[in-house]
Design a protein around this ligand. Structure first.
Ligand SMILES: Cc1cc2nc3c(=O)[nH]c(=O)nc-3n(C[C@H](O)[C@H](O)[C@H](O)COP(=O)(O)O)c2cc1C
Length: 422
């Protein structure tokens, strides 16, 4: 979108705003004065969110990739209850997109990649959508007609060409999609055409392209970041100052899945050869949390009071994985490989597990805990100081009280123990 004035999202509720922990009261007084837990009366936690003016029944979003490749699978995602769907990335000329097979390779836990081990890592060398743009546009339109209240986000990518970006934005917007996610992050394929991560890794290019996009788009724009960069907060900052409403992170991590020790050929092996691909699934989750934490810190300190949004992506398979992104400040959480492994129905498990977490802590809405863990990150120097102070205090207690005035009510027993000799 063009500018970030309040008129663009007027009347819509805000997105990023960091920790305001509000616990719903879960303890009430009975008539005879005892305090009782009111768990039975506790209302069901509310998973619904509004982000950049987009209302979703829950924060779980289908991440761009195979789970959003066509009408049938996107319809299935809406029917199963996903909060929003981000379609597979489209470009103007699908004829230039030529995929190979096999294009996936998996990493399993356990000895020597045992076939029975749990899948923890997934590499793909898949390109963006190879379906004609006209077909994808027809399907976006049909989905929006059939599901007018659900959020459909188009993922788009183009060459370093202003006119091409403008044409793509105009044609996709006409279908009625609710927002754009810009794929500045695909690590493999078409860097020679200055597409994907080739733009996301170059802040000068990124600023220029974001400027074109936001001058043209009239719906919210999320910039999807690549983790294959030293400091991910730099391109995120550029995207926001260039008019994007939100940041999504992370796309896949550049990887080589492995080498076949019999054939000496790398995987996935296409006619005896391979190319580095993008790594996803459980193994990338801690890396994704680290990147999202960096972006969230930057957004909080530099853009804190504005309506920007953050979408966490990487290795989500459980409600707890998603909660972690939200505790760092994410508004929404995307799932791609998790859907490829467990199917669309996994959203029910994700919602149930997130609700269980919320009930345990008596949180009634997502905003109650969003960003709650972010303040607990500090520098290593500060950790050292905190630890030294804690040790000093523990020693002081062990040494006993200096004076009778130091006795306290709460620590009375410990204080007594600190002065006995046996
Ligand atoms: C097979 C495959 C294809 C993907 N295609 C796209 C794509 O077209 N556009 C995009 O922005 N991200 C694409 N991604 C990246 C995912 O959207 C996501 O950022 C990444 O896989 C990490 O999340 P995950 O661990 O939940 O899969 C793809 C991922 C996979 C595994």
């Amino acid at each position: 979108m063009a500018s970030l004035g309040s008129s663009r999202i007027s009347g819509r509720s805000s997105a990023v705003e960091f920790p305001r922990i509000r616990r719903s009261s879960f303890i009430k007084r009975s008539r005879i004065g005892f305090r009782v837990f009111a768990s039975e009366a506790q209302p069901e936690p509310d998973l619904s969110i509004t982000v950049n003016g987009l209302h979703m029944p829950n924060p779980f979003v289908i991440g761009s990739g195979p789970p959003g490749t066509n009408y049938t699978v996107m319809k299935r995602a809406f029917d199963e209850g996903w909060g929003a769907v981000i379609a597979k990335t489209v470009s103007l000329d699908a004829a230039k997109v030529v995929n190979v097979t096999p294009r996936y390779a998996r990493l399993r836990a356990g000895a020597n990649g045992s076939a029975k081990g749990q899948i923890i890592g997934w590499e793909n060398i898949e390109l963006i959508s190879d379906r004609p743009l006209e077909t994808m546009l027809k399907e976006f339109k049909q989905l929006k007609e059939e599901y007018p209240d659900r959020i459909l986000i188009a993922s788009i990518m183009e060459e370093y060409d202003k006119a091409a970006w403008e044409e793509l934005i105009e044609r996709v917007e006409e279908t009625g999609v609710d927002a754009f996610e810009i794929n500045f992050s695909c690590p493999h394929g078409m860097p020679e055409r200055k597409m994907g991560a080739a733009v996301g890794q170059d802040c000068v290019l990124l600023e220029e392209v974001c400027g074109w996009i936001n001058a043209k788009a009239t719906i919210p724009v999320w910039a999807k970041m690549t983790p294959n960069i030293t400091d991910i907060s730099e391109p995120a900052r550029v995207a926001l100052t260039s008019g994007c409403e939100g940041i999504a992170a992370i796309n896949t991590i550049m990887s080589v899945m492995g080498i076949n020790l019999d054939t000496l050929r790398p995987e996935p092996c296409v006619e005896g050869y391979s190319t580095p691909g993008g790594y996803s699934s459980k193994a990338v989750h801690p890396i994704a949390l680290g990147k999202v934490m960096r972006i969230a810190q930057m957004m909080k300190s530099e853009f804190g009071d504005k309506d920007y949004s953050l979408s966490g992506i990487g290795g989500v398979e459980s409600g707890g994985d998603a909660v972690e992104f939200i505790l760092l400040g994410a508004n929404t959480v995307q799932v791609c490989t998790g859907v490829m492994m467990h199917g669309y129905g996994v959203v029910k498990k994700l919602c149930d597990e997130m609700k269980d977490f919320m009930k345990k802590h008596s949180f009634s809405s997502i905003e109650d805990f969003r960003g709650a863990s972010l303040p607990y990150f500090t520098t290593h120097t500060d950790l050292v100081q905190r630890q030294q102070e804690a040790i000093r205090q523990r020693k002081a207690i062990k040494q006993g009280l200096q004076s009778d005035k130091d006795w306290t009510g709460d620590g009375f027993v410990k204080e007594t123990e600190s002065m006995v000799s046996n």
